[in-house]
Design a protein around this ligand. Sequence first.
Ligand code: GLA
Length: 383
Amino acid sequence: MNTQAVKDAFRATFGRAARGVVSGPGRVNLIGEHTDYNDGFVLPIAIEKQTLGAWSPRDDGRIAFASVQQPGKGVEIDLCEPIIPSAPAWANYPKGVAVELMREGIELAGCDVMFDSTVPLNAGLSSSASLEVAAAMALLTAAGATLPPEKLAKLCQRAENDFAGAPCGIMDQSISIMGTAGHALLLDCRRLETKQVPFNDPRAVLLVADTRVKHDIGDGGYPLRRKQCEEAAKLLGVTALRDTTMEKVQAAFQAGKLNEQHLMRCRHVIGEIQRTLQAVEALRADDLNRFGDLMYASHASLRDDYEVSCEELDAIVELAEGCEGVFGARMTGGGFGGCAIVLTEANHAGAVRDAISAGFEKRFSRRCPIFATHAADGARVIE
Ligand code: GLA
């Protein structure tokens, strides 16, 4: 891992050497989409695209945050003054993390932090969670403190919900912290229990294709889906959609308690929770064909019942489906743009990538960047 660039940026801005470097990776979700805030299961991997944070202590009780991606938009906070959200927007993520760490009883130390990220912004690869997690790692290391991973994930989620105003679930922060190289993380989003599931079959390559349609989970579509699910759960008399079945949903629909849209949202969530558990079985049985079928089914459900896909994502999945050697494909993350993932036989990966790239360009007259990824480690103190 090359940490030189972030250390150079630190020196250029703060005029001295960084003392340490920490990381917070981005993620792709293999399956289990829009299930985290329904108390269901998700199966993400951490990826090698990540946010690095170089830090060094200072002795005036202040914390400065700067970012290579946000030139001229550094901020400083005073640990003795109230910290409130304000412009520039990007800094509300690390500021929110500082506030939540203090609420947790961590005595923060003054420090300077420089971030540098390879996670593309608003591409559905959790650039914001990777920034929160890198910030938390830097602030904790500077303070000489640690927190259990589940607690840290919840704290970073709260920073995003309350401070940056984005109503995300618990998946992104959890995988950014708890990812393990070569493994996907099966996360029970209610109990925050985890299982590491091997995901490193040398026969397969995972491609990520970026539609470049910008996705922001603070926008209307995501909060609205959450609201519809909460409404349906309330009408069904359960805590969350995890606690019901399709039979009960059908009966409530027949009785006029749920509308057609509730029915569609419930069908996605209930089906997706089942598919996620089946996908884990398929991985454990080395059955990539079955795994790929579940990916296609997940995509169709997100497109038709949950209505969070878009033309560009659908096009990538269709193009992938037409290629030899592809196991499966689906959108990943919140949707309304962002990225699709394609699981393909390793010896077809080059041809699949070229075919998707050419097909996309022909249809939309612009390119979609495609990169191969693998399950990487979660957050680390690197130096
Ligand atoms: C976004 C949110 C996650 C999750 C996904 C959908 O990435 O941040 O919490 O809800 O959408 O699965």
